[in-house]
Design a protein around this ligand. Structure first.
Ligand SMILES: N[C@@H](CCC(=O)N[C@@H](CS)C(=O)NCC(=O)O)C(=O)O
Length: 369
């Protein structure tokens, strides 16, 4: 077990409105890990991160012993292994498998939608670009209005219109979000968190898109207030939850009301991961994707998400034979089984991401590297 007891606190480097920094903060809060959030202005932050972990992205964590870490998924797994106390990854291997699948979906699929609501609408773009200009670009000697224009263009070209969203498909992206709200609201009408009255890694995963984006940015926040108020309760409940003080256990098995979420993963997310595999294999930086009601035009490829798919498969492979049978039955029921195994081999780079969370090989999307 790593020595985390130290007079020096854990440092969390990242913006106060960042998706993955918000996810890490929710994890630290729920587990009562003392941390100090710190902002290193650009370009210093980028340079330091590349030196320390190989790539630049938010957040980074600096441990009391001076080691730096990156990637919320692998950092949380590392902390779960190294922190005493109650775990947020369920002990039941079947639940753990599905909770981690939800985390992956929350991290990778909902990013584009979150960026869309923030940067497409003027209210979101004004608020976020001003915040980031003052928070991250304080040492750049330019007027704030130029920094705002630069940031808005950077985010749109990288993550919204530059990642598959067009005038024609914008409605489908927003409908997909409304559908998620309905499904989540339905769950939180019955219990506080996704797997019971106790938070799990699935809730922490969803704090990424919700805590610093959907429940903060003006346009999606108003939609949630009107259409899914229980989801707003859940955002605050998670931020205020302390696992050490919760006696409730997770519910048994996989609750029926999670089925619509897994059906979406089978219908859209896993086929999307597969289309991404093909794009990476062919070295196509941009690719089109169409499935059900959702289509993307010139979505950005991602080497990282090929690795995400490998991680999902590895988790299945590591299950005992008995649990494999049960998980396979459920994956088939949710129509996730076939798309999970669609591609025979995965185009991964040699030992890609093997050193996470202390060293990373690729950013989440192939842009601004
Ligand atoms: N897989 C990573 C993703 C981290 C990530 O992509 N963070 C965003 C900000 S929330 C970022 O730093 N993007 C890099 C950029 O915009 O250049 C994790 O889980 O931490």
């Amino acid at each position: 077990m790593a020595n985390l007891e130290s007079a020096k606190s854990i440092l969390l480097y990242g913006s106060n409105i960042s998706y993955f920094t918000g996810k890490m903060e929710n994890y630290f809060k729920v587990k009562e890990v003392a941390y100090r959030q710190k902002v290193l202005a650009y370009p210093k932050f980028e340079k330091t991160m590349k030196e320390k972990v190989g790539i630049h992205q938010m957040p980074a964590v600096e441990l009391p012993d001076g080691r730096w870490m990156t990637d919320t998924t692998k950092m949380i797994q590392w902390f779960e292994d190294n922190l005493p106390g109650k775990k947020i990854i369920p002990e039941d291997p079947i639940q753990a498998f599905f909770a981690l699948l939800l985390e992956d979906w929350a991290d990778e699929w909902w990013w584009r939608t979150a960026m869309h609501y923030r940067w497409h609408y003027a209210e979101g773009a004004h608020f976020a670009s001003r915040h980031l200009a003052e928070e991250l670009l304080s040492s750049v000697p330019l007027p704030i209005w130029i920094k705002k224009i630069f940031l808005t263009r950077r985010q749109r070209n990288g993550y919204t219109i530059g990642d598959g969203i067009t005038k024609e498909n914008v409605k489908t992206i927003e409908d997909n979000f409304l559908n998620l709200l309905e499904n989540l609201n339905n769950i939180f009408e019955k219990r506080n968190f996704i797997f019971g009255n106790r938070p799990s890694i699935a809730d922490i995963g969803f704090s990424g898109p919700f805590f610093r984006h959907f429940a903060l940015d003006p346009v999606p926040l108003e939609i949630i207030r009107q259409k899914a108020p229980k989801v707003l309760n859940w955002v605050s409940a998670l931020w205020n939850a302390r696992v050490s003080k919760i006696d409730d256990d997770f519910v048994e098995g996989i609750p029926d009301d999670l089925e619509p979420l897994f059906a979406e993963i089978g219908k859209i997310y896993l086929p999307y991961l597969s289309a991404n595999v093909e794009a990476v294999r062919q070295n196509k930086i941009k690719f089109d994707f169409e499935f059900g009601n959702v289509y993307l035009k010139n979505a950005r490829y991602s080497h990282y998400r090929v690795w995400c798919l490998k991680e999902l498969r590895n988790r299945f492979q590591k299950l005992s034979e008995k649990h494999k049978v049960q998980v396979e039955i459920l994956l088939k029921k949710f129509e996730c089984w076939e798309p999970l195994w669609m591609d025979d081999s995965l185009p991964l780079n040699n030992s890609q991401e093997n050193e996470l969370p202390f060293r990373a090989d690729t950013k989440m999307l192939g842009v601004y590297e």
